[in-house]
Design a protein around this ligand. Sequence first.
Ligand code: PLP
Length: 386
Amino acid sequence: MGFDTQAIHAGEEPDFTGHPSGDVVVPVHLASTFARRDVDEPTGGFEYSRSGNPTRFALEKKLAAIENARYGLAFSSGLAAETTLCLSLLKAGDHVVAFDDLYGGTRRLFTRVFQESYGIHFSYVDARDPENVKAAIRRETKLVWLESPTNPLLRLCDIREIAGIAHDAGALVVVDNTFASPYFQQPIALGADVVVHSTTKYINGHSDSIGGALITSDEELFRNLRFHQNTAGAILSPFDSFLVARGIKTLAVRMERHERNALAVAGFLSAHRNVTAVYYPGLPSHPQHTLARKQMTGFSGMLSFELKGGKAEAKRFLRNLHLFALAESLGGVESLIEHPATMTHASVPQEERRNVGVSDALIRVSVGIENADDLIADLDQALGTL
Ligand code: PLP
């Protein structure tokens, strides 16, 4: 079945929910607990809403379907999903190799919590070259943690090749697929063991829910993750589960439009005199455009660029925009823009930011699905004030 069909129907087959009215949309099951007739027979398998909730369950089926995987789990945020994954798979003394250009909050979680308080070690490498991953792997390496494309520099890594390297060394591969969305990239088919999402972004798509997901096709891994989801408790609420499931139904059409607008905006920025660099995997000038074409089916709606000047110019430009909201987050229908050095990546120490290449002139854009001409006109007038 096609992605767009799965996105609409998976998990929401009218008879699947067992609801007597045959709802075509899974209802919001707010009950915190479920009555049973006999002590050893939970009704429909549901006992207590932390352990399992029908609305969340429908969403979890849909999440698995759109990643072309067997199992999905929904969490109260992307970071809750990441935390649960680390709690499930890592213990003191273990080692993780991670792409150096990660979402700042992921790096903060690794460094400030799992490294400083739990004695887990992390090596950050430029995973654009798989040899760097290979060289960093040790006997204690349990996980290789990738984002592709990365936040905020839109760098890519060869998921299939790195999965081969990690598996040869007995390590599992995690891919944060938030930027691409499952519509444009399916890491499990490329060899990843677990996919992470901040569903807050493209998957929900309307900037009105914080959520996260873990998706896998490995049954043993799934059981372990589900045990920790229930035990640590960072589940997605029934209402948010409903919102995210609703968002997924339009993921395919939204992603097509995000990409079309992003290509137009990237083309415009590339030709502007006050822009010194544009990072968008869909541009043939992107150094990893060939890899993008190989492992993705599209380029998504995220891009970043460098302005002529520094922080002062960046601030002036951002202040002068009318249509783009100056806000963290991404992947919603509305265009958002931000300054990674002072916003999303402020938690990454300045020196590490510099080493990775996050400069004070860097601007990150989440291109929405408005009219592309309106977006370009707004950028044009604000760039003209520099
Ligand atoms: N992964 C990526 C790539 C992100 O951009 C974010 C948030 O911006 C997260 C994970 C964390 O997700 P959440 O904010 O839903 O906890």
